[in-house]
Design a protein around this ligand. Structure first.
Ligand code: PMP
Length: 441
């Protein structure tokens, strides 16, 4: 049956589908970190619904919460009416927010997807400031709808906008390994920050005052690139000094993944707007923005959407937020993540094709490079997307699902659930090492 399913989807689904092309797996059952295919094979899932599954697949507390709503006879579709389920979710979410936002923040339910929340954040910033333009970063990923896509770095996917482009000024993101200034480290990040300040202040060549600055604290799709805390603080100061709302897209980094509950916590910055999705819905579709109440200049009905009231997602989200907090799973992410990072660095010492190992918590990237080609003056070798793809295939053969990202699709991304056991972490490392060796053979 698996072949039939794959063949029919191949015939009927849009040519734009992504994972289905490269993962010939037909999942029929899943629990925790394990997915079972229709062919009976079992896989360790290091993709986690692109970072959605903080607690892995079908965690008992999530299942129980969803069943609780179903059994209670509560309405499942309520547009944006107030319900006990929504109240519980909002309360649980606000308990996790930086105090400044928890005490004086507003929430806007945006719809099912991360891109809906990005869109809402950009619109909110425009409404609040009366300005149009947006500052975004090289390598950024914010989604596929018009304004979110305009803010996304990838020039190939952005071409599809065909002129419906939001005015975006793209700034350099502090990418240590492939530093745009060729020096990396704190100094490279400092130059990136200076360039940003310069563009905003130069009256003969700078940008119009923008509606907002949109950034990821750790770029995910862009190749798992953590921004240094010093750079984040500089971005906070630069925007605060000039009255520009700072929008942190925590769609992928949120709910403990990077070692703190929200990724912004590590640097101590408090953004004006936080964009949240993926794990906040405990595996079901949910997206919100939370923001400083001063920005709440919307007229009633200025932002709407039929599917903002997903009761099942809110219940699954409440259960997930509570479980991560009670069990300090963000700390666990930090511990296991550090262990995996140091083991991967050990692996890199034996495999020159691993150009860089980086990450925060359980958001880990392994950059695969071409060792036959010459390194740049900062020591970075050219990306090796074909080899990375071979590694991904070899990993799948060994029962490990990983994903690729980065500028050239050459960064192996590991996004295991925060509930990963030590044994599972070992198995991931072992299978990945095997895959790297086999790809070279
Ligand atoms: N922002 C970030 C940082 C993301 O990683 C993603 C999805 N990978 C999005 C926005 C868009 O979310 P969605 O795919 O749910 O629209």
């Amino acid at each position: 049956p698996a072949e039939g399913i794959l063949r029919r989807q191949e015939q009927r689904e849009s040519a734009a589908r992504t994972y289905a092309r490269s993962l010939p797996v037909v999942p029929v059952r899943a629990r925790g970190m394990t997915i079972e295919g229709a062919d009976g094979r079992r896989y360790l899932d290091c993709l986690s619904g692109a970072g959605t599954l903080a607690l892995g697949h079908n965690h008992p507390v999530v299942m129980e919460a969803v069943r609780g709503v179903l059994d209670s006879g509560a309405p499942l579709q309520v547009l944006d009416l107030a319900t006990p389920v929504k109240d519980a979710f909002t309360t649980a979410l606000f308990e996790t927010l930086p105090p400044a936002l928890a005490e004086h923040g507003r929430i806007q339910f945006c719809g099912p997807a991360g891109t809906d929340a990005v869109e809402a954040a950009i619109k909110l910033a425009r409404t609040a400031t009366g300005r149009d333009g947006l500052l975004a970063f090289s390598g950024a990923y914010h989604g596929m709808t018009a304004a979110a896509l305009a803010a996304t770095g990838d020039t190939a996917v952005r071409a599809a906008l065909h002129g419906h482009d939001t005015q975006v000024t793209r700034l350099p993101y502090p990418y240590d390994y492939r530093c745009p200034f060729g020096i990396g480290g704190e100094r490279g990040a400092e130059l990136a920050a200076r360039w940003t300040a310069h563009l905003l202040d130069d009256p003969k060549g700078g940008v119009q005052p923008p509606a907002g600055m949109l950034l990821e604290v750790v770029q995910g799709e862009g190749g798992v690139i953590p921004a240094p805390d010093s750079w984040l603080r500089r971005m906070r100061a630069i925007t605060a000094d000039r009255g520009i709302p700072l929008i942190a897209d925590e769609v992928q980094t949120g709910v403990g993944r990077t070692g703190t509950f929200w990724a912004v916590e590590r640097s101590g910055i408090v953004p004006d707007v936080m964009v949240l999705s993926k794990a906040i819905g405990g595996s079901l579709p949910l997206a919100v923005i939370v923001y400083r109440e001063e920005l709440d200049g919307w007229l009633p009905g200025a932002h709407a959407g039929t599917f903002r009231g997903n009761q099942l997602a809110m219940a699954a989200g409440t259960a997930t937020l509570g479980f991560v907090r009670r069990n300090a799973l963000h700390e666990r992410a930090e511990t296991v993540g550090s262990l995996m990072l140091s083991r991967l660095r050990g692996l890199a010492a034996h495999h020159p094709c691993i150009g860089d190992v980086r990450g925060r918590g359980l958001m880990i990237g392994v950059e695969i490079v071409d060792t036959d080609a010459e390194a740049d003056d900062h020591g970075a070798q050219p990306a090796a997307p074909r080899l990375a793809e071979q590694i991904r295939c070899e990993a799948l053969r060994r029962g490990l699902i990983i994903e690729l990202g980065g500028r050239h699709g050459s960064v192996v991304r590991l996004l295991p659930p925060l509930t990963i056991t030590d044994e599972q972490a070992e198995a991931v490392l072992e299978r990945l090492a095997g895959a790297i060796e086999a790809a070279h053979a």
